[in-house]
Design a protein around this ligand. Sequence first.
Ligand SMILES: Cc1cc2nc3c(=O)[nH]c(=O)nc-3n(C[C@H](O)[C@H](O)[C@H](O)COP(=O)(O)O)c2cc1C
Length: 334
Amino acid sequence: MPDLTTTYLGLKLKNPLVASAAQPLSTKVETVKKMEDQGIAAVVMYSLFEEQVIHESLELDHYLSTGTDFSREASSYYPNTGNFTLTPEVYIETVRKTKKAVNIPVIGSLNGVSTGGWIKYARQIQEAGADALELNLYYLPTDPDFTSSELEDNYVSLVQDVCKSIKIPVAVKLSPFFTSIPNIAARLIKVGAKGLVLFNRFYQPDIDLESLEVVPNLVLSNSNELRLPLRWIAILYGRIQADLALTSGVHTAEDVLKSMMAGAKVAMTTSELLQNGLGRIPAILKDVEAWMVDHEYTSIQQMQGSLSQKSVREPAAFERANYMKALHSFRFLP
Ligand SMILES: Cc1cc2nc3c(=O)[nH]c(=O)nc-3n(C[C@H](O)[C@H](O)[C@H](O)COP(=O)(O)O)c2cc1C
């Protein structure tokens, strides 16, 4: 039997398949327990969003009071904190209960952009027993005067503040929208991040032509979306001293295997489980094992990074050089 074990953020995992942060998967302890029974190696809890923390501390009123119209309109964008599942207290309690109920590592998750109450909640997540913390940095700049370096400086100081205030390892979940991903990755690691989760997937709003309103539109991923994180993990592997987790587009055993070969320590999945159920966990793991036996791999660790940019015969395949080659290779027969 091949050895599926891996390590992530200093945690020893029985295999590389991890459930990524998502409300439907981790709001209920029973669901996490079921995922554990099906063989998931670790779970990242759904995020406690900064907006909930701010709302809770009434700072949102101040934040929103910059314009009355804006205020009324903007408050409707935030989830109603009257919904008990969204309060920070319920979040911390869910982490505590989940940690007690399962034996797999439980990773807490905070999603936001400013230091605010984060340190307080990062500490509480640690006290609730979380094995690690994932920080999902998500800010969408719309002000043309706000520069990318200002935004990146904010991210770096936020990560530094959180890393300094807790003992459990911190991973940062990033979007792919940086001018230089290797640079921001290196800066975050320098201030204490032990892992990078690539990449955050955005849910672009849509326009409803009947109601003439902008509406949220959550479309689940497919395996094609694996390529973007795959490429960046392959480029970053061996260049930065942090564990890499791949999220976006992990649906099959092949996706897990590719993630490992690019250099990820774990492959995280959400859409596949939401679409096809938790039974996909053992099915994917069985297929991973069968592929490894067929191809004479004895361990996942032996595979990790074997097709990263450092290790492939043609490193340019991950770079711009391949862009032209890819375009020229397309054949169209009218
Ligand atoms: C319904 C739903 C809820 C999610 N909630 C969170 C969340 O609370 N925090 C977070 O960092 N990511 C959240 N995500 C993003 C997932 O963790 C994951 O990164 C993304 O779905 C890409 O992985 P996938 O292709 O396997 O779906 C959510 C995704 C979905 C579909």
